[in-house]
Design a protein around this ligand. Structure first.
Ligand SMILES: Nc1ncnc2c1ncn2[C@@H]1O[C@H](COP(=O)(O)OP(=O)(O)OP(=O)(O)O)[C@@H](O)[C@H]1O
Ligand SMILES: [Mg+2]
Length: 330
């Protein structure tokens, strides 16, 4: 008898993770592809390609094919998906895999079908597509099948999804394009306006991850030296930036996220609201790791907030749990 492998893919705008049933997460790489601009040949995918972002000579393009929660470059997305699936080396004694893909929430049905086709072309036997907030909630360990409300806030690279779930389905939700990437851009803008210093995307992300804070707590203030190009002299230059400054830089975007949570809560049926007061909000996605974000949300919304233990891996873990139950939907 031939066994068919079951594979879950979190096709995120920042990171792509692959879960193989029985093995766990086997691949976790940035969603970046570098190609030769002239020949259109793929030069590197994932971690190697991310190293090239912002550092490529003219002929080489390092592309993030999924940007701001949409598929900015379909051909390259397909190239990346196929590369990762092939890397798993699923062939051999196994027949073609069943693939469950979780993709950005506001893609169009055309893009959704295109992703499905790409997975079939990469060798899938059957393809299922799922919504990100639902899978994130499952991966965070929430039992969404119960008739009680659960709230999940997933902050990824391109999109932030807020959803309230009950009986296994999304009851109310919203999605906004303000997430990790936008916060990086906020930091770039702040440094440019305040210090006349131009920094790259990767430096901005490092600032956010290392000293970024959503809620100023004097006891945790830190500083970091950063370098870029001085806009006045045109020469390389180094400055020091503090946690407080990152809060200032990110404030507007974080307030947009708070507002989105409020809107979803306002549209929630009262019985479910009552559940959320006791069960709280669960934060998933890389943005959930931003220091002080839980405190900020708790203060603004007055409900408990929990950061999922495996925030960056919730969606991939969630696909794993869903694969266990695939026989129920097949
Ligand atoms: N410790 C951290 N603090 C703040 N932000 C972080 C941290 N670690 C990762 N991030 C950010 O999380 C984002 C990536 O998260 P994630 O992998 O969940 O996104 P994604 O699933 O690829 O995107 P999307 O769900 O929007 O398609 C990036 O913007 C990254 O900078
Ligand atoms: Mg995601």
């Amino acid at each position: 008898m031939l066994f068919s492998k079951e594979v879950g893919i979190d096709l995120g705008t920042a990171n792509c993770l692959i879960y193989v049933k029985g093995e766990g997460i086997v691949l976790d790489e940035p969603s970046v592809v570098s190609i030769d601009a002239e020949t259109k040949k793929c030069l590197a995918v994932g971690t190697d390609a991310k190293e090239m972002l912002g550092r490529t000579p003219g002929r080489v393009l390092a592309i993030r094919p999924l940007k701001d929660g949409v598929i900015a470059d379909f051909e390259v997305t397909e190239m990346m998906l196929q590369y990762f699936i092939r890397k798993l080396n699923l062939k051999g004694m196994f027949s073609r895999p069943t693939i469950l893909i979780c993709c950005p929430s506001n893609i169009t049905s055309v893009e959704r079908n295109a992703i499905r086709d790409a997975a079939y072309r990469a060798g899938a036997k059957k393809v299922f597509i799922e919504e990100e907030p639902k899978v994130a909630a499952i991966g965070a360990g929430l039992d969404i099948a119960k008739p009680s409300g659960s709230m999940v806030l997933d902050i990824g690279g391109g999109t932030t999804d807020v959803a309230i779930l009950s009986l296994g389905e999304i009851v109310t939700s919203t999605s906004l394009k303000i997430a990790g990437d936008k916060i990086d851009r906020d930091i770039i803008k702040y440094v440019k306006d305040s210090y006349k210093l131009l920094i790259g995307d990767r430096t901005a992300e490092e600032i956010k991850v290392h000293i970024g804070t959503a809620y100023v707590d004097a006891s945790q203030s830190e500083t970091m030296k950063i370098s870029g190009r001085d806009l006045v002299t045109g020469l390389p230059h180094t400055i020091t930036i503090s946690s407080e400054e990152t809060e200032l830089a990110m404030r507007e975007s974080l307030q947009d996220i708070v507002r989105a949570c409020r809107t979803v809560l306002e549209q929630t049926p009262p019985e479910l609201s009552a559940d959320i007061i006791t069960r709280g909000i669960v934060l998933t996605g890389g943005g959930a790791l931003l220091r002080g974000l839980d405190q900020l949300l708790m203060n603004e919304l007055g409900i408990p907030v929990f950061v999922a233990e495996n925030a960056l891996r919730c969606v991939a873990e969630g696909t794993g749990i869903m694969l266990e139950n695939l026989h129920l939907i097949q």
